[in-house]
Design a protein around this ligand. Sequence first.
Ligand code: NAD
Length: 501
Amino acid sequence: MSLPLETEITLPNGVQFSQPTGLFINNEFIKSKAGKTFESINPSTGEVNATVYEALDEDVDYAVNCAEKALPEWKKLTGVARGLLLNKIADELEQNREFYGAVEAWDSGKNFKKNAVFDIDECISCFRYYAGWADKVTGKVIQNDPKKLAYTVHEPIGIIGQIVPWNYPMAMSSWKLAPALAAGNVVILKTSEITPLSMLVVAKLFKKVGFPAGVVNIISGYGASAGNALTRHPKVHKIAFTGSTAIGKLIQKTAADTMKLVTLECGGKSPMIIRQDAELDQAIKWAAIGIMSNQGQICTANSRIYVHESAYDEFCKSLVDHVKSKYKQGLMFDKDCIVGPQVSKMQHDKILKYLDIGKQEGAKVLLGGEKNTEGELSKGFFIKPTIFADVRPDMRIVQEEIFGPVVSIAKFSNDDEAIQLANCTQYGLAASIFTKDLVAAHSMAGKIESGMVWINSSNDEDVRIPFGGVKQSGIGRELGEYGLDMYTQAKAIHVNLGTRL
Ligand code: NAD
């Protein structure tokens, strides 16, 4: 018997809704051609949340062809009209903020009140921000010779394949969809096989608010099949990817065969530097937010902290006390909790392996360092918030992205040493510096190899400000005007105003 296209769900908080299970292509939910399906697992319980249809090559091909048909009309629409549609998506999300937050929590294991609804707020801001840009995509007039008028038109790139991870299923999708649509592109977005559910619920909105069929297509599937098919497809003009550095490299190689544009938002191992003159209580609060929220599944997580030797012992002790008292673990609808389960058994097992590696490498465990087996949490993928101290730059827990609630701390004795330690990995996504010395702050920000630097805060990104990495953390930027630029290409028009041959 084939899977129905909707399944009735009752969330632990009592909310009831119909979960779409099909592929959202051409404004319809449809079964995959081969009828293949896969299960999405609840991170808190290890049980099946829902089963959905899986896209394979022929489904990707169908989605691309529908997008291709939609492109000419969509390109002709005015920027104002595109902006109105994007604003309507923001309105829908805003009116039902708590509902979408609950679905996102259920799909990914995030705490509903302390985590998931903030993600919905970010989606709303992102759609509103790019709605504002939709009628402001303009080129330049280039004047040199009075006999020649030259100008540029910023055209949409065309058919965009977007591939997103599981750590912020809705927010990462919004960061990609909103600028691409504002600039006049059509999109096929592949969600992560680990969290396919929330974006299928959001998919309904695109039809509801009036997006033409084929402009937005949202498919569930695995990376090696659906993701790869999208990356290889000759009609897809660009791949915008967020995920691990290893897969980012693979995508860049595969996309080269058809010379697609790529933007890659990849992994990180972001350092936080705490100078001797820092306000320690502020540094402690931001450090904890930047590694323990979202279960540490944050690409810009400040997973390495370097503290001046004069403040090292006090910082370590206070961070342990702060995390112990403020970062309680629990189920997604528990009001007092912040730290939920890791998203999947695979991530959970990977993190446990890193905890063993850290101990074997000689790092000192100040907090956690193990699975949480208390009561009902034992059924889910819960890892205790973990603080390692006295780490060395050569340790694997310092060099490699763990992507969990695990932080490593070491000391430094001067600013040059701090910069050297901060720059000692292959990654270059983000960094933060805590100090009251303005000159030191700005000069250190200039020396750190990263796409973003926070001074006296951490991880408080903003949809108006560009986001992205250097080194092996990625290529290109999302958010802000820079993020919009990634979805247009300049066409130069030369007009002869007087040269007669
Ligand atoms: P992942 O690389 O395993 O998967 C990301 C996406 O790529 C998924 O949709 C997956 O199905 C797809 N994929 C996998 N193999 C593919 C292939 N061969 N071809 C095409 N697509 C393929 O990453 P993940 O585990 O889902 O997410 C965690 C990673 O994402 C971390 O490394 C994290 O740092 C990174 N991340 C980066 C940012 C950023 O903005 N820099 C933001 C969020 C997450």
